[in-house]
Design a protein around this ligand. Structure first.
Ligand SMILES: [Zn+2]
Ligand SMILES: [Zn+2]
Ligand SMILES: [Zn+2]
Length: 436
């Protein structure tokens, strides 16, 4: 089948990808395996390093004691890509390099291995931007540290990157600083069906996709395979876009994040019109400012999984200052979301469903239809309603989720199959209940 996309020069944005044919909403546009990928350090014990499934009781690699696998089949299949990395991990124990260093090393090993070829890629690593020239000194310094770590980490297997590179690595990959800069600017977060981060990967062709805060495509993963799907009907020649960031924030915040992380100023229509800003920042600043001010601290508690303190912080603010702020306010929304998270982890189901249900009407206003984040939020709420035996509500919410997920994740995705099963369960339970 001819590809549905091709490379072009997008006015004002450099390289980009555009459609070659008419693409329907929900259609799979492109599917790609990573050139290199790795499980995030923080999930290294919970996710198989080969197939990226989340499982309990994973087998541990006896050499590096870091990599874990579902079973010996996954371990065997992973060995070819893991064996060089394994020696490096072992040499550094008990230290473990950061995710980006491990990813950069896997990229070097992949490029040095004769079996792997990236010749069919639309975009070579050589062309990838490092943005080093436009980076702040501070950021550059951070990257230099990562580059030194990378050299130390691969030292045993690739003693001299510049030397080794002369034969097999593209010139720009021989300089550790430029390599690590390219990796951090161009890597994708690999997430599971519920959009929880599980790892990082490089998919060179798709690095060509430009950003839009209201994009026409989304990326969803099946294991490590990236699937790009259309969320709107797209005309031939139209540019394909994704969002690089979580878009639940005001124009000013989105622009700042994109400038800091990706080194460009967003000029998308959504930013130029600032159309949701009024709603997102609804209410007088003095009423919602305490919520905004508290968010960084609460996000810190979330990162540390301190659920009890997080719930206390959120519920206190929401039941005091939060009462005077409308549900549409984006800071209140984020806090309500975190409160729901904390309740789920603490097993406070009634409270969790209350917070979750509050977010749903607001999500549908702020995300384009369909959007995977909105779909996954519906699934979370539906599961809680189901657990609490509110079967009719659960079925209704599962249906709304299914309508979205089958477009964003596709019919073949395990998540879509799981939803069909959940809806069946609800229907069967309703029949059972009515016949009692
Ligand atoms: Zn596995
Ligand atoms: Zn190992
Ligand atoms: Zn924008």
């Amino acid at each position: 089948m001819p590809p549905k996309l091709k490379r072009f020069v997008s006015p004002g944005k450099g390289n980009g990808l555009r459609a070659t044919v008419r693409i329907r909403r929900g259609e799979l546009v492109y599917s790609a395996e990573p050139l290199a990928c790795c499980v995030s350090n923080k999930l290294a014990r919970d996710v198989c390093h080969h197939c990226f499934s989340r499982r309990e009781n994973l087998l541990r690699c006896s050499q590096c004691k870091m990599a874990r696998y579902c079973n010996t089949t996954c371990q065997k299949q992973a060995w070819c890509g893991h064996k060089t990395e394994c020696k490096c991990l072992k040499s550094l124990r008990p230290r473990v390099p950061t995710d980006s260093v491990r990813l950069a090393a896997r990229l070097i090993f992949a490029l040095l291995s004769p079996s792997k070829s990236s010749s069919e890629e639309l975009y070579t690593l050589e062309e990838h931007e490092s943005h080093l020239s436009s980076m702040s000194e501070n950021k550059k310094q951070g990257l230099s540290q990562l580059a030194s770590m990378l050299e130390l980490y691969v030292q045993q297997e690739v003693p001299d990157l510049a030397q080794e590179g002369a034969s097999a690595l593209p010139p720009s990959c021989r300089d550790p600083l430029s390599l690590i800069a390219k990796v951090t600017c161009n890597c994708f977060t690999i997430s599971d069906g519920e959009l929880q981060e599980i790892g990082v990967g490089l998919y060179p062709s798709l690095s060509l996709l430009n950003h839009d805060c209201w994009p026409n495509c989304v990326m969803v993963f099946v294991g490590t395979k990236l699937q790009l799907r259309a969320v709107r009907d797209i005309n031939p020649e139209e540019e394909l876009t994704i969002s690089y960031i979580e878009t639940l924030s005001s124009t000013e915040e989105r622009r700042r994040q994109l400038e800091d992380q990706y080194h460009f100023t967003c000029r998308c229509q959504h930013c130029d019109s600032q159309d949701k800003d009024g709603l997102m920042l609804s209410g007088h600043k003095s009423t919602w400012d305490p919520l905004k001010e508290a968010l960084p601290r609460l996000e810190g508690l979330k990162a540390e999984s301190d659920w009890q303190a997080l719930l206390e912080g959120c519920s206190h603010l929401l039941s005091t200052v939060g009462c005077d702020v409308s549900d549409e306010n984006v800071y209140k929304l984020r806090m309500t979301d975190m409160a729901a998270d904390a309740c789920i982890h603490l097993g406070h189901w009634e409270e969790a469903v209350g917070y979750g249900e509050k977010t749903l009407p607001v999500y549908s206003q702020y995300y384009p239809d369909p959007h995977p984040v909105h779909g996954v939020q519906l699934v979370r709420v539906a599961k809680l309603q189901h657990y609490l035996e509110r079967i009719e509500d659960a079925l209704d919410t599962f249906k709304q989720a299914y309508r979205i997920i089958k477009l964003t994740h596709g019919d073949d995705h395990p998540m879509t199959a799981q939803l069909l099963m959940k809806m069946e369960e609800c229907r069967a339970e309703m029949v059972q209940f009515n016949s009692r």
